[in-house]
Ligand binder design. Sequence first.
Ligand SMILES: [Fe+2]
Length: 151
Amino acid sequence: MSTHVKNQTELHAALNRQTANWSLLGVKLHHYHWYVSGAQFFTLHAKFEELYTEAATYVDDLAERLLAIGGKPASTMTQYLALSELKEAAGGESPKEMVAQLVKDFALVSEELKSAITAAEELSDQPTADLLIGIRSSVEKHAWMLNAYLA
Ligand SMILES: [Fe+2]
């Protein structure tokens, strides 16, 4: 019983951390989208838009899943900054630094998703696991592509 409560609490916290991660990444990706410049402008400007559009979908999906399983999604910038381990854009990054930072951010998000998936599976919460697995699969694909860009 206590294990169940602990896992449910852990899962709610993990979903909230993901809500915070994707909210922060949405803002960060807009920053990159607006401030990227140079020869790769058109490529990266479009890629960052694709990624912030995806981020917005995840925020809503994660928050609504959290509500569906009795949680309370974080919903303020203050909460997002407190909950996420990620850092906002520093400003002045070169295009390569933007992409390299996203590779690092996606690696952290993927690791956090891995634990969240385990927590969901331990609770036999397949719909939450499915949502998280879908996000992780996409994050890893983006990480591969961003790494290929940097190579
Ligand atoms: Fe735009």
